[in-house]
Design a protein around this ligand. Structure first.
Ligand code: UFG
Length: 341
């Protein structure tokens, strides 16, 4: 019998790509999503790629009684991957309470389910934003966390702290937090990719959206930073690499037969790429020239960050396989397919 995994936020960007990998690796998947920031058609896209449509419940994880009712029905869950959260740095600066309420309440409610239903394995979507502005790069998991630069980042710091305390109280429920760097790109099939139901603010959807004519120009936020070309540096990582890392992390915790302390692992490629270099990579693979405008720095942004990848390699036996051109190529194919539909 297939092992059952609950994926919260499974119709969202990283969630849906992870669901594809889980299905292809033989798991049965149950998706919980409020559809507040994603669309139900992800389910058909997942089916188009895998031939299977996962079980789906539309539920806001902040509604505890509705969440509990699902777990009264769905039994024998071996693991939960908890993606569901809001993720826009600048929105969180403007609406901090929205982020605290959504990201923290949903985590508390789902951990309560983990404890009550004795679900043995729990994977949490954390973020490299927990590190804040770091001067010593690349960042390792034991690099002390700096001040959060945005309420979004603070929700991830608090989320990890909650899981840390939860793990001490419930050591048999094994927990792992994955600190993603910047997931971008789309599934190689071109059948699924990022489809935000709000106007996207992240760099790659803004690049592809500008190239296809949704946006007039691409604003580059900040050009005088102390980096090699003045623009911010990030560790972009292909969304399917991130998806595969989740399956690897889930397997890693599932294989632990004994109680395990909360584990934290970076998921990055190890390469720092500037905003200007990302634009150049897109222009190279697409053959398009983007209209670019230079704008002041964006509030809440860190200047430069990229990952040390030794822990993900040793603990998960996983490293990122796809490069920045693969990320831009798949994102561009997806953007064109999305607009055709
Ligand atoms: N940028 C631009 N122009 C844009 C959009 C972004 O110059 O139109 C710049 C940003 O200023 C930043 C870089 O591109 O320097 C990357 O910005 P993104 O918005 O793509 O990504 P962030 O690093 O701000 O944050 C993203 C997610 C977070 C996640 C973080 C790390 O939004 O949820 O990656 O995982 F936490």
């Amino acid at each position: 019998m297939k092992q059952k995994i609950v994926v919260t936020g499974g119709t969202g960007y990283i969630g849906s790509h992870t669901v594809i990998d889980l299905i292809q690796q033989g798991f049965e998947v149950i998706i919980l999503d409020s559809l507040a920031r994603s669309e139900k058609k992800s389910l058909c896209q997942i089916e188009a790629v895998t031939g299977q449509q996962p079980t789906f419940y539309k539920v806001d994880l902040c509604h505890k009684s509705k969440l509990e009712a699902i777990f009264e029905t769905e039994k024998n869950i071996v693991g939960i991957i908890h993606f569901a959260a809001y993720k826009y740095v600048d929105e969180s600066v403007k609406e901090p309470l929205l982020y605290f309420e959504n990201n923290i309440s949903s985590l508390i409610n789902i951990l309560d389910i983990v404890a009550k239903h004795q679900i043995p394995n729990f994977v949490f979507s954390s973020s490299c934003s927990v590190y804040g502005n770091i001067t010593s790069l690349p960042v390792k998991e034991d690099t002390p966390l700096n001040k959060a630069e945005s309420p979004y980042a603070r929700t991830k710091q608090i989320g990890e702290m909650i899981i840390e305390d939860f793990s001490k109280a419930y050591p048999n429920n094994k927990c792992i937090s994955l600190r993603y760097f910047n997931p971008v790109g789309a599934h190689e099939s071109g059948l699924i990719g990022e489809s935000p139901s709000v106007v996207p603010n992240n760099l790659v959807p803004r690049i592809t959206g500008t190239a296809i004519g949704i946006f007039d120009e691409l604003k580059i936020f900040g050009t005088d930073f102390p980096t090699r070309d003045g623009s911010c540096i990030r560790d972009y990582i292909h969304v399917m690499d991130i998806a595969e890392a989740h399956t690897a992390a889930l397997r890693m915790v599932m294989q632990q037969n004994e109680a395990m302390p909360h584990e934290i692992i970076n998921l990055g490629s190890g390469n720092g790429v500037s905003v200007k270099e990302a634009v150049a990579a897109f222009e190279k693979v697409s053959g398009k020239t983007l209209k670019v405008a230079y704008a002041p720095p964006r509030e809440g942004d860190v200047i430069s960050i990229y990952s040390d990848c030794s822990k993900s390699k040793s603990k998960l036996n996983w490293t990122a396989k796809r490069n920045i051109e693969d990320m831009m190529r798949t994102a561009w194919i997806w953007e064109q397919n999305r607009q055709k539909k």
